[in-house]
Design a protein around this ligand. Structure first.
Ligand SMILES: Cc1cc2nc3c(=O)[nH]c(=O)nc-3n(C[C@H](O)[C@H](O)[C@H](O)COP(=O)(O)O)c2cc1C
Length: 201
């Protein structure tokens, strides 16, 4: 039986990756527990022109043109610890932070747990569940590299938003789907978003 997948968006560039990830998970019939940081709303405004109200969250704002049903999406406020994902007793098939800012990477590596996103990340690490960090920064400071090392040692998967260009579709949508496909692979969600290396046209 499939369990929900936790998706959190934080204030890294590339919020489009997170939006597409949620859409594809729902398309594949997966339940999503979703949360988003205040910094991510700033990036959403800047990069996608979407004005998200964290206290009155509406899926139509984040996914205005999507044909997907959002019935299986549960939204949780980033300061609300009275939520399933805040506890290890709530079973999931993993958590993805996409995009993952340097700030949230740092907090995750050090177990800061200052908000629901960081708490849920800590829970996934302590329960030895999948935690995928889609980090977006370049160049990398030694601090960021050390934080990635720590998070990796603690059990996280570091999956930088670093699309390859070899898979045939170099449109923006194709490059976004390349990263989403690699996340789905980590989550063991079957998909045909991209042509795999070695597959024929
Ligand atoms: C438009 C915009 C783009 C940003 N891009 C990045 C980025 O690519 N990587 C990053 O680590 N932080 C980026 N930041 C800064 C983070 O949003 C900031 O460090 C924030 O404190 C992260 O908070 P959060 O992790 O709680 O979301 C960006 C901020 C804005 C407004």
């Amino acid at each position: 039986m499939n369990r929900p997948i936790v998706v959190a968006m934080t204030g890294g560039s590339g919020v489009s990756y997170g939006c597409r990830l949620v859409e594809v998970l729902l398309q594949h019939g997966r339940a999503v527990h979703f949360t988003i940081s205040p910094a991510a709303t700033q990036v959403l405004q800047h990069e996608m022109g979407r004005t998200v109200d964290l206290d009155d969250f509406q899926t139509e704002v984040l996914w205005p043109e999507s044909a997907v049903s959002f019935e299986s999406l549960d939204y949780y406020h980033y300061q609300d610890y009275f939520t399933p994902m805040a506890s290890g007793s709530f079973l999931t098939d993993g958590m993805v932070i996409c995009p993952c800012s340097g700030a949230t990477l740092s907090a995750t590596a050090h177990g800061a747990s200052r908000n629901l996103i960081e708490r849920a990340a800590e829970v996934h690490l302590k329960e030895s569940r999948k935690l995928i960090l889609v980090q977006r920064e370049t160049p990398l400071s030694l601090t960021a590299i050390e934080n990635m090392r720590l998070a990796k040692l603690a059990g996280a998967t570091i999956l930088p938003a670093m699309p390859a260009w070899y898979h045939g579709d170099q449109s923006i949508e194709g490059l976004i789907d390349f990263i989403v496909a690699r996340i789905l692979d980590q989550l063991d969600v079957e998909h045909n978003l991209i042509r795999r290396w070695g597959e024929n046209d």
